[in-house]
Design a binder for this molecule. Structure first.
Ligand code: CTP
Length: 399
């Protein structure tokens, strides 16, 4: 176990706030100390006394507590911990965070902190699904805020769906991943992963895309985090929830994916698992294209940037280990070997996407890890097992 770490735990108002007591207990068991900050609404559900007893420290509730401003000050409070966790994070608290409001202690600390922030949302399913909440979540992810949950299931309000606070164990795991207190073979390593398809707009309602589900890239991100890495996932649109404790950057187009990937260097390991659209429409229409009696529209295409090849060509910032994926339908290993040379990466992970071995959207796959001088095959493995094989080999290589 490394040095003792500390977190600032901001507790929002919701029935799930009671789970914080268990969370504090678990964190202490893992040698992580907790300074609780209780919002006014949170205090309707748990008492400062029970939090202070479990955390064995003072609970902060009020922005205008002059004694504290003299002794510690809200700026210092927001920065003295190693990490900030918001659990439960209500729709209101996330709206404040997304818009930079600072009208109470919790929101002020969140605006003033220079530390990573992990949010564990909890709210009614309709509130979670509301476009305003989803917009705020997208903004927060863009700002680099990390998420764990929410879980799907029965809720205190009688409805069912996403919105339940993650279980304390899951939140502890996400915190450990960010603090790197869970020693793993990838501890101290940064891993940058591209995943999913890209969407290339034709007009505001139509786009060019492909069948990638993103499952392999997300499995890599989840596994890398559980092996102790600091993970950034740059993903095109998918139906998947980003794994807990992983920095998530959502993009749509290949060019946005390239920019986000370059902006997140340096990285020890970069894995390009995305199915980037090879082409985009040169000039997408500003308005929805209408059918015309004069004939069919012609799409004038341009080639998209090759992100893997771009990373490989970098002079100063090239990732130490650069891994590409190859989706092939025939003579898989030969094609993948050619791709390894063409792209200039260190390894290619090849898989067969012919109808027989169709892996799009499936949980199972067969992979071949191809390096300059070796081929290792893993037949009929889950995408999570495939991720583990790739990442353990990567950890071994970077030792
Ligand atoms: N890739 C990329 N940027 C692109 C195209 C591909 O980063 N514009 C990456 C993929 O993420 C993958 C690897 O390159 O890691 C190979 O992708 P694949 O689609 O199999 O190869 P292509 O270069 O598109 O070659 P082809 O379609 O001709 O087989």
């Amino acid at each position: 176990m490394t040095d003792k770490k500390s977190i600032l735990l901001i507790i929002g108002g919701g029935i799930a706030a009671y789970k914080c007591l268990e969370l504090i207990r678990r964190l202490k068991e893992h040698n992580i100390s907790v300074t609780p900050v209780l919002t006014k609404a949170g205090a309707e559900f748990v008492t400062p006394l029970s939090l202070a007893t479990l955390a064995e420290t003072q609970v902060h509730t009020d922005l205008f507590d002059l004694k504290n401003e003299t002794e510690i000050g809200h700026i210092q409070l927001s920065r003295q911990a190693d990490f900030v966790v918001v659990a439960p994070a209500t729709a209101d608290l996330m709206a404040k965070m997304a818009n930079g409001l600072a009208n109470d202690l919790a929101s002020t600390l969140l605006l003033a902190t220079d530390k990573d922030v992990l949010v564990a949302p909890a709210m009614n399913v309709r509130m979670w699904d509301h476009p305003a909440t989803q917009r705020n979540i997208a903004t927060l992810r863009q700002d680099g805020v990390l998420f764990v949950g929410p879980d799907d299931g029965d809720m205190a309000c009688g409805e069912t769906g996403p919105g339940r606070l993650s279980e304390p164990d899951q939140i502890v795991q996400a915190i450990q991943a960010v603090l790197h207190v869970k020693k793993g073979p990838l501890s101290g390593k940064s891993v940058l992963i591209t995943a999913g398809p890209t969407h290339e707009p034709i007009d505001p309602v139509r786009y060019i895309a492909n069948r990638s589900s993103g499952k392999q890239g997300y499995a890599l991100a989840e596994m890398a985090a559980s092996l102790g890495a600091d993970v950034t996932l740059v993903s095109g649109p998918t139906k998947l929830s980003p794994p807990a404790g992983v920095r998530y950057i959502g993009i749509e187009t290949a060019r946005e994916m390239r920019d986000a990937t370059l902006a997140n260097l340096p990285a020890d390991i970069a894995i390009c698992a995305a199915a980037v659209a090879d082409w985009r429409v040169k000039k997408s229409a500003g308005q929805k294209m209408k059918k015309s009696k004069d004939g069919l529209p012609v799409l004038d295409l341009a080639e998209n940037p090759d992100i893997l090849a771009t990373l490989s060509d970098l002079k100063d910032n090239r990732p130490h280990l650069l891994i590409g994926f190859a989706a092939e339908t025939e003579t898989v290993i030969e094609h993948a070997k050619k791709k390894l040379k063409k792209k200039g990466c260190d390894w290619i992970v090849a898989n067969d996407v012919s109808t027989e071995g169709n892996v799009f959207g499936n949980d199972e796959t067969s992979i071949h890890i191809i390096t300059k001088d070796s081929v290792e095959s893993f037949e009929k493995v889950t995408k999570s097992e495939a991720a583990q094989h790739v990442l353990l080999k990567a950890a071994e290589t970077l030792k």
